[in-house]
Design a binder for this molecule. Structure first.
Ligand code: PLP
Length: 451
């Protein structure tokens, strides 16, 4: 029997050689909702969450799930049921969190480019913590607080300037990166925040990268933050309660990956924090949901080119970008293919890009047209990074819990893709539009459908 990475298979329920998440066969889901489709395991998410909870138990802590990893409302509601908070980076993610039932104080707002409108939305929602990433952002926030009369708890997101081993696109805590405040400027900016009327400086934050497979950079970053905490306390700042260590815990995408487990992370980091008396906030995304999801796809065609076997499936880089964007490895399992001879194969999508692939030269059972494939490790940065490139409606999302499953997002339709577009624009002459109503002469909306 093949086991989908990170998923539960109940042999008795699903039979020999059949893929399943928890107690539900993936073929049954594919039959019900079609392919491509994302499928997530609620049980796996709970398990990951509880593992992390147990590991962090020695210190006061809060797990704030990083919405960007998978923002489906049902996933957020599941996180809420586990008593998680959330880490957001946009007003859109704030809206999702509130729609899923989170209260403002459950929310940590990070992000390198928050707009005034987004900060205003955060103030209106009374979010629990705003992580400020630049001097200009602090100035803007102070002004918005003054105007609105709504105060805010803030952290300074520090770039601790540590070295991490991960894909360059997901390394965020190294010198010269766009994220956070440069280390040598962080203390003075924090002091300024502490003195700003309406702001309460409650913490320092970092997020040094994603898919990190060593504990050392977490320790290095934590120590650097704690040095700043000491400096601030020596200067009389008495409001610090929180140390936000960000997300980044890696997962196993393939057998050779050896990320630290939650206990190893906690054992390495927490002893350093304990004496500070600060509450540790972590913002995991991938760790909680990455291996709880698969992308189901079916083989459309099998052909040969230049001596290679090419398997064309019905999912593409528009559905799961990671292989193309990060050259990421995702395990691929084939339903009911036990015992077939194996051969190297390129698994590619239907999109008009040579970068549209899931695996190149992967040793897989000999594929046949109609085969159902499960692309593993697709629960994080999967659907959320999908696009409608090539006018492909995005796939549905399905949640499995025990022996049940539910569609938690419908497959998009061609109508969904065209919503809000206008084939026959009502032109507005430059300078004639009313900026408040976005209407031009004759009261027509800019570019809108003439009424
Ligand atoms: C500020 C912040 N927190 C948390 C995360 C989640 O990271 P991960 O999914 O690696 O845990 C990210 C990811 O980019 C982030 O930018």
């Amino acid at each position: 029997m093949r086991v989908v990475r990170g998923a539960f298979v109940r042999r008795g329920d699903v039979g020999q050689g059949v893929l399943a998440l928890e107690g539900v066969g993936l073929a049954a889901i594919a039959e019900a909702v079609g392919t491509p489709a994302y499928v997530y395991s609620a049980g796996q998410i709970r398990e990951q969450y509880r593992t992390l909870e147990r590991a962090l138990a020695p210190v006061p802590h809060r797990i704030c799930y990083s919405v960007k990893a998978n923002g489906n409302l049902a996933i957020l509601a599941l996180m809420r049921s586990l008593r998680a908070g959330v880490d957001i980076v946009s007003a859109g993610e704030l809206a999702r969190a509130l729609a899923a039932g989170f209260a403002g104080p459950d929310v940590v707002f990070s992000g390198v480019g928050k707009t005034a409108a987004e900060l205003e939305a955060a103030l209106a929602a009374r979010v629990g913590l705003i992580s400020v990433e630049s001097e200009e952002e602090l100035t803007l926030l102070a002004e918005l607080v003054r105007r609105s009369g709504v105060g805010a708890a803030v952290a300074i997101r520090v770039n601790p300037e540590v070295t991490v081993e991960t894909h360059p696109y997901t390394a965020t805590g190294e010198r010269g990166k766009k994220f956070g405040v440069p280390y040598d400027e962080a203390e003075s900016l924090a002091r300024r925040a502490a003195q700003t009327p309406g702001l309460s400086l409650v913490g320092l934050a970092m997020h040094i990268g994603s898919q990190l497979t060593h504990t050392a950079p977490f320790v290095d970053g934590t120590l650097k933050l704690l040095e700043l905490v000491d400096g601030l306390r020596r200067c009389g700042v008495e409001t610090l309660t929180t140390l936000d260590l960000g997300g980044g815990l890696g997962i196993r995408y393939q057998d050779s990956d050896r990320p630290p487990d939650a206990a190893a992370f906690a054992d390495a980091v927490l002893p350093h924090v304990a004496a500070s008396g600060l509450t540790v906030v972590v913002e995991p995304g991938r760790f909680l949901v990455g291996n709880a999801g698969v992308l189901l796809t079916r083989l459309l065609y099998r052909k040969r080119s230049g001596g290679r076997v090419i398997a064309v499936v019905d999912a593409g880089m528009s559905d799961l970008l990671r292989p193309s964007h990060y050259q990421a490895y995702h395990e691929i399992t084939v339903d009911g293919a036990d015992g077939r001879p194996r051969e190297p194969c390129d698994v590619v999508g239907p999109i008009c890009e040579s970068g549209d692939f899931f695996a190149m030269g992967r040793n897989l059972p000999r594929l046949e047209v109609g085969d159902l494939l499960a692309v593993g490790g697709a629960g994080a940065y999967g659907f959320v990074m999908s696009s409608t490139y090539n006018a492909r409606p995005r796939p549905p999302e399905v949640l499995v819990d025990g022996d049940r499953f539910a569609v938690i997002r419908d497959r998009e339709t061609a109508e969904d893709l065209m919503r809000g577009e206008c084939p026959d624009p009502a032109w507005v002459r430059r300078g004639r539009a009313d900026p408040r109503t976005h209407r031009g002469e004759g009261g027509q909306p800019h570019g809108g459908v003439p009424r």
